[in-house]
Design a protein around this ligand. Structure first.
Ligand SMILES: Nc1ncnc2c1ncn2[C@@H]1O[C@H](COP(=O)(O)OP(=O)(O)OP(=O)(O)O)[C@@H](O)[C@H]1O
Length: 593
């Protein structure tokens, strides 16, 4: 991306705050003139003192000179402070507003993206977060710097340069000559730094992903006593980052030294030529201070040019990623417009194959019919593709080939929000949000009255336990046990009350009593709904109307429990293994006693 492209992309974010920019520009213009006042005062002072000495003026005149100079300095400083406050305040205000808009826009945007966007390797949570944070941060810093740093510095430099020309054209030309040399050195420096900066960006993303991974897997790390492996991984990342940072520092030091030399050469020339004109009588002695100070004003922004250029390049690198995320329109979830009055809930999966974006072929030519208001179970060994089917039915992914119909209408024709409003999903491990139990259940229907929240909790067999907690429904949900969290998620589903329900191993993380209670709740919620249940537990699937047994992405058999068992294929193998693992013989002997 070029700076011009960046400018065009940023324009819509800056436009609403034109009035703030107007005020900032006013302060900038004022500041650029006030910035030269010191040079004039110093010239006047030196000339005044020189006159005073040459003409042996009275002490009174000397005091008057000092009074004037002192008042002028203090007055100028007061005005300068006022201008700076104005510039900083409005610059900050602009930054805060733009930061808010940039941060909110990207959140709004990514919420519209496909699930595949979030599961891709490039967008692992830490990486995505760094990219967004850094993008927003560097873009807002760029806007802020432009108005309270870059623009005032350059405006002051321009006015100083004009005054140098006004003072003497040769002095002006020297001031002017330094600019392109400096500019060339700064550009070269920035080009050399570009590669290292990109590495730093990559290493930073990897580091924050690494930290998130540690936080998420702390129990596994500790239980396997693998702290040293994790330390080693982090050290490697840290070393890479450190080397890149040192390489940047090296380049900076070298270039800064060469730029100092250029500046000193310019200054020496100014002093020599001004001295020549003073000796010649073409300038007064005060001109030496005047020219040095003006030259300083010209050199100041150029001295900072590499920093500004660097920050702008940082902004370019990070904003490139920011805008890549923002403009990933191909990732936008597609939605049809079809909204039926009522859903019956008949799914027909016809010759569907599906390959995940990373190339895993999860489903191969699948044909399944899910009858409305019936219970359909999906059974199969791990990795057979059961969850993938649910992912497709919820439109988290689109089939690679084949077609899915709901009540005879292609799934892609449905309004996606409508579709998902009508589907309830309970997973093996359900997400619990940071918030109270009530807020977590209410997620199923944010406008439901509190009585309905309680009713849902009762149906999910969690109400009594909640009432025993000190803060009852205000208890933090993240502190609950896995089984309790699962029941909160089921309560959320009761509150949502959708006609279609997908249960993906809903009791896998529960104890036996909780499993029985949840099974009862699930049996209750199954009434008059289309249900797909995935489970490795016999009790959950045995009384389903239809069972599909899957093997390596294909349907192996289908039918009722009795029918499919008789086929003697995958299902009977899984079923027999389950029975053996339960040790039925021992169990029945125990029960007989
Ligand atoms: N987000 C993903 N990206 C890439 N591959 C995936 C993804 N999710 C699942 N897979 C792969 O797709 C295949 C089917 O996975 P799926 O989760 O559908 O199996 P499953 O039958 O539900 O297994 P389990 O009983 O263990 O939950 C597996 O090989 C899995 O590794």
């Amino acid at each position: 991306m070029t700076f011009y492209q960046l400018y065009k992309k940023l324009k819509p974010y800056v436009r609403p705050y034109r009035w703030i920019i107007g005020i900032t520009l006013f302060f900038t213009a004022l500041g650029s003139f006030v910035g030269q006042v010191n040079a004039f005062i110093m010239k006047y002072t030196v000339d005044g003192i020189s006159d005073y000495i040459t003409h042996q003026e009275t002490v009174r005149n000397g005091f008057l000179l000092l009074l004037f100079v002192g008042t002028a300095f203090i007055g100028k400083e007061l005005i300068h402070v006022f201008i700076q406050i104005g510039q900083k305040f409005y610059g900050e205000k602009l930054r805060i507003f733009i930061s808010k808009d940039l941060a909110q826009t990207i959140i709004n945007k990514i919420l519209t993206y496909n699930v595949s966007f979030f599961t891709s390797d490039d967008n692992q949570s830490g990486k995505l977060q760094t990219r967004i944070d850094k993008g927003v941060d560097s873009l807002t810093r760029l806007v802020q710097n432009f108005f309270i740093d870059i623009l005032p510095l350059f405006a002051t430099a321009l006015v100083a340069l004009l005054m140098m020309f006004y003072s003497n054209w040769i002095i002006g030309v020297i001031g002017l000559c330094v600019i392109p040399i400096y500019f060339y050195a700064s550009t070269k420096q920035a080009q050399r730094l570009k590669g290292s900066r990109q590495y730093i960006k990559k290493f930073r993303e990897e580091k924050s992903h690494g930290i998130i991974t540690i936080l998420e897997s702390i129990l596994v790390i500790k239980s396997f006593v693998r702290e040293d492996i994790e330390e080693e991984k982090q050290l490697q990342l840290q070393n890479n980052l450190t080397f890149a940072q040192i390489s940047i520092r090296k380049i900076r030091t070298l270039f800064e030294a060469s730029k100092d030399i250029i500046e000193q050469l310019g200054l020496t020339l100014i002093i020599l030529i001004t001295t020549y004109f003073i000796i010649n009588g073409q300038m007064t002695i005060g001109a030496i201070m005047f020219n040095i100070m003006l030259f300083n004003n010209v050199a100041a922004p150029i001295r900072q040019f590499h920093r500004i250029y660097g920050e702008m390049h940082d902004a370019l690198i990070y904003s490139e990623s920011y805008f890549e995320i923002l403009e990933a329109d191909s990732q936008k979830e597609q939605s049809g417009s079809y909204i039926p009055e009522k859903l019956k809930g008949k799914f027909e999966i016809k010759n569907v194959s599906f390959t995940y974006p990373n190339g895993t072929e999860a489903l191969k030519n699948i044909n399944i019919t899910i009858e409305p208001q019936e219970i359909t179970a999906l059974v199969g060994l791990s990795g057979a593709g059961k969850t993938t089917i649910v992912n497709l039915l919820d439109r988290f992914y689109e089939p690679s080939s084949g077609q899915i119909l709901l009540d005879g209408v292609p799934l892609q024709d449905y309004d996606t929000h409508f579709l998902r409003e009508n589907i309830g999903l309970v997973l093996q491990k359900n997400h619990i949000f940071n918030g109270s139990i009530e807020e977590n259940i209410r997620y199923g229907n944010p406008t439901a009255p509190f009585e309905e929240v309680i009713d849902a909790a009762k149906k999910a067999h969690i109400h009594e336990q909640i009432m025993e907690m000190p803060d009852k429904y205000n208890t933090k949900a993240l502190n609950l046990s896995g089984g309790q969290q699962q029941r909160i998620a089921i309560a959320r589903l009761f509150l949502k009350n959708p006609p279609i329900i997908f249960l993906d191993e809903p009791t896998a993380s529960l104890d036996a009593i909780a499993t029985e209670q949840i099974k009862n709740s699930i049996d209750a919620i199954k009434q008059n709904r289309t249900v797909i249940i995935i489970s490795h537990s016999i009790s959950q699937i045995i009384d389903s109307d239809t069972i599909y047994s899957m093997n390596k992405g294909r349907i192996a058999e289908c039918g009722s429990h009795e029918e499919i068992y008789q086929m003697g294929g995958t299902y009977s193998q899984i079923f027999d293994s389950m029975v053996r693992s339960l040790n039925i013989e021992k169990i029945s002997q125990t029960i007989k006693k």
